[in-house]
Design a protein around this ligand. Structure first.
Ligand code: G6P
Length: 612
């Protein structure tokens, strides 16, 4: 959470930083700010609210500077306000700092500083770290770089920090642990950011800074050091990303653009890996590590949010096709309990951003215990991708809307191919079934496309139910996690209370909520439990609940019980979740926008949760 940008070079820094902050707003939008250095004079401008509000407040002000740092905030310590906004200024006003992460032992350090007479202008942990650095610099009479190094040895928690100081007017100093940092290398200029999106239009050459590294960045020099003050050679990589991928391209919101991109993102995910005609799946991450995967005693899937839902579906599929026991864990729970992880266990980590703090730390812990980590990640070069022993990218391209859509279907496509590949190697699937599922998977992009062509039907349903105060989503088998995902999407971007449940389990509680005001969404596609779910629909209808059903085309029964229904193309139950989730993404998008909510930036959420 929180997005950070920095620039040092020969161009005007403010427009570059502002544009970068807009691209990083998915990481938080409680407040934003910039610090600019012009001829040794440090000026900080900050404002509560979205980046556009900062921009508006700065119209007409002279912002001439060729070095600066900027921040968009997701509040942790201290309410969203002007004074808690970053950048912060050190006590003597000579150093400015931005921070993404949490300093866990800030209270102790703050007390020490208060005892020394320091005063604080904000409630943030960031200002504490900044004054701590200033204090060390003054006491030790050392360079800022040295003071940062000493301070960071004392702090616990996660951080990516960027600092500029009046006495060193062309240098940005950055450091990271647990929160991401990319440095773009230009000609006589450098760009720093939480991800590559603010950098992409200026340069494709980047360095991903590692944990416990410190970067001293000048227009024509980049020095990387570890906390022991030893130089580290920067590893330059080329960005494989186009500017168009991070722009709205004519759509009203990133979310709807990303929903409509799914036929091509799923196609890109399958391309080069799956060939139904030739009857094979090739995934180098699996083919090179078959021994670990085939001999796994069990598989643990670790993820958060929507990615966790993809994990639940993978559990059903892997157990069915590969006959390997699977457990799905919330990363935040896994890392704090004392899970039994042994050598030979395989952990599948699922993450869109590849930066989710809980998932990352859970993996570090499992790796220490000898587990083999397989990453299913969307963001190329991200921390989770790098910590994994092997993996497969989802190739969905940058996902900017806070609510995950195309990354989720990409995760499902990867996990399905992965299960099929392992099952084939293990001999737990017949050739016929294998070949049939390859064909089914290959047809998915086309089927998603045909669903999207009927998006207007979902919009009408959204109009009808947008004022409901609660929703229930029910599904069985492979579609149970889709019920959870449908409810999560609706909550996230329409602020309507929604719950997902296994359809049969509904009788053990949620049925008490049913009355004529409650819309109940059934995912009732053609599968072995269809008759059972039809009975559940009858139970809701008998209690006057409003039934919205997602059904397979040709289903003659469900429409007679439903108040509204939406048809998806015929598909095998194993691949059906990639299809059934699409109308639910659309439903939440249309309900959210009809209610006037900024669906790309719903309140309180952030796309990349880099704090625990
Ligand atoms: C946040 C996002 C969700 C995402 C979850 C896990 O809550 O808003 O869309 O599913 O984090 O993120 P990850 O990047 O690890 O998939």
């Amino acid at each position: 959470m929180c997005g950070i940008v920095g620039y040092t070079g020969t161009k005007q820094a403010y427009p570059i930083i502002l544009k970068g902050l807009k691209r990083l707003e998915y990481r938080g939008y409680d407040s934003s700010g910039v610090a600019l250095l012009n001829n040794g004079e440090l000026n900080v401008y900050k404002k509560k609210g979205k980046v556009a509000e900062l921009e508006e407040s700065l119209v007409g002000i002279n912002l001439d500077a060729q070095i600066g740092i900027g921040h968009t905030r997701w509040a942790t310590h201290g309410e969203p306000s002007d004074r808690n906004a970053h950048p912060h200024l050190s006590s003597n006003g000579k150093i400015s700092m931005i921070h993404n992460g949490i300093i866990e032992n800030y209270a102790l350090i703050k007390q020490e500083l208060l005892n020394k007479g320091y005063q604080f202008k904000s409630d943030t942990d960031t200002e504490v770290l900044l004054n701590f650095i200033e204090d060390i610099k003054n006491n030790n009479d050392c360079k800022l770089e040295e003071a940062i190094r000493i301070a960071l040895k004392r702090v616990s928690g996660a951080y990516c920090i960027l600092l500029i100081e009046e006495d060193n007017p062309d240098t940005i100093i950055a450091a990271r642990k647990g929160s991401p940092l990319v440095i773009g290398i230009g000609k006589g200029e450098h760009f720093l950011a939480s991800d590559a999106s603010p950098i992409i239009e200026y340069t494709k050459e980047v360095v991903y800074v590692n944990d416990y590294e410190l970067a001293i960045v000048k227009p024509d020099e980049l020095i990387l050091k570890n906390l022991g003050n030893e130089k580290v050679t920067p590893y330059i990589t080329k960005l494989d990303m186009e500017l168009a991928a991070i722009e709205k391209g004519g759509y009203d919101h990133f979310m709807i653009k990303e929903i409509f991109e799914q036929p091509s993102t799923i196609y890109d995910c399958l391309r080069g890996r799956l060939d139904a005609k030739e009857g094979y799946i090739k995934m180098s991450g699996i083919d090179l590590h078959t021994e670990q995967l085939l001999n796994a005693n069990r598989i643990m899937i670790v993820a958060c949010g929507t990615s966790w839902h993809a994990g639940l579906i993978a559990e059903y599929i892997i157990e069915e096709l590969c006959r390997i026991p699977v457990e799905v864990e919330y990363a935040s729970e896994f890392r704090y309990r004392n899970p039994i992880v042994n050598k030979g266990d395989v952990i599948i980590a699922i993450s869109q951003s590849g930066e989710t703090a809980d998932t990352l730390v859970a993996l570090e812990k499992a790796k220490e215990n000898g587990a083999f980590i397989f990453g299913v990640v969307n963001a190329v070069g991200s921390s989770i991708a790098r910590i994994s022993n092997a993996g497969a990218y989802t190739h969905a391209g940058p996902e900017i809307g806070v609510a995950s859509t195309k990354a989720f279907t990409g995760q499902l496509a990867v996990l399905m191919m992965m299960a099929l590949n392992i099952a084939k190697h293990k001999g737990t699937i017949t050739n016929d079934r294998y070949n049939q599922l390859l064909v089914e998977l290959e047809q998915i992009p086309e089927k998603v496309d045909s669903i999207l062509k009927n998006a207007e039907e979902i919009k009408k349903i959204a109009e009808k139910y947008k004022d409901a105060t609660d929703f229930l989503f029910l599904g069985r088998g492979y579609n149970f996690p889709i019920a959870l995902e449908g409810a999560l999407k609706l909550k996230e971007i329409s602020y309507i209370h929604a719950e997902g449940y296994p359809a049969a389990e509904m009788k053990h509680g949620p049925i008490a909520l049913v009355d004529e005001n409650l819309p109940v969404v059934f995912i009732a596609t053609n599968d072995p439990y269809h008759e059972k779910i039809v009975s559940n629909m009858q139970e809701i209808k008998a209690r006057k609940g409003k039934i919205i059903s997602i059904i397979t085309e040709g289903d003659k029964v469900s429409p007679t019980i439903s108040n509204d229904y939406f048809e998806i193309p015929m598909a095998d139950e194993i691949v059906a979740p990639i299809l059934t989730v699409i109308p639910l993404q659309l439903l939440s998008y249309y309900v959210g926008t009809l209610k006037g909510i900024d669906v790309d930036k719903p309140r309180n959420l952030a796309k990349s949760v880099t704090v625990e």
